[in-house]
Design a protein around this ligand. Sequence first.
Ligand code: ZN
Length: 373
Amino acid sequence: MQHNVQGEPRGQHFLLSKEVRDFTLWDIAQMSEEECFWKFVELRWGNIEKVVCPDCGTIDRPYARLKRGQLRCRSCHHHFSPMVNSPFADRKMEFKKLMMAFSLYTASAKGVPALFMSRLLDMQDKTATALTGKLREVLLTERDDEILTGVIEVDGGYFCGKPRKANVRLKSTPADKQAAIQARLNGDPFPNRKPRNKQEAKNWAKRMKLRRVVMVLREIHPEKGNGAVKTRVAIAYSENADVAAKLARQLVEEKSTIMTDENAAYTVLSTWYDHRSVQHAFQYVDPDGVNENQAESFFTRMRRAEYGTFHGYRPKYLMDYAQEFAWREDMRRTTEHEKLKDLMGRLFNTGLSKWWRGYWQGINRAGEYEVVT
Ligand SMILES: [Zn+2]
């Protein structure tokens, strides 16, 4: 078992402790609507005495108009909601229900299906779909972007168009497996097994059009056994040298150490970085300690959510989900209140929702989000 810097068993210790449960769904269940209203005020302005009026800029403790769910500025008498200029500005549901929805979302490890949320919190499925969509929009538009440095693991995982990976499809015979390994060594994402019949060829072509690769870059904690600390994601059509170079140059400080698998797409990285690779097909950790466990752990979480929570991703919103899981990974060692606070911080910086405000009226994002080529 690996240990953290204090010498305690890693991971489990913290997540099982009482300290992590500092603001739970149960706590919210016992709060009144009024308490939840003030809790949002506090989460937004840090303090209910120092609320900034969105109209005149006065900083003061506002009056509350609880029946209307609004605050009133002491100076200009402007009415405003604690959710003003946020994706939930046009909120109609109770503050308590909204806070319960956020808590459910942040506490979950593998994401919350909209239908499940709608049943649990008694809201329409459409409402829950827009609510969770808005939260992913918040995490995506307000994602961290400072440059990664030190030791960074980089990898790609195929999603949407199945079959995804050569070694999954071709695991049936030893010869097929050898072909998959060879394709991987050559940097080809797919080995050349021929479709068995016309129908299969048609299906493959259809799926291939939907196929996208999620690229993940994770900065590893300098002390061993602490996992990754910062995660960046991007979407591409394939795992190739142009994509690898572009992303690394944009997101990783020059001369850092980059660890990848043996895919030929990554050899280009040695131009700017100390590039090391591990041969997945033969070893999990090579004798020098080069491994890719953190990138793998990200994909495991995203894959489990694909099968168990969302039952598949669509290319259009794949980046939104990838960023959701990057955030979940990076927040995995924080308490429930810290997660909620982090999410609210981003939420109140977002402004009105661009993609979900008129979603059910047919106004939504035109296409996929920034596919790297
Ligand atoms: Zn005012």
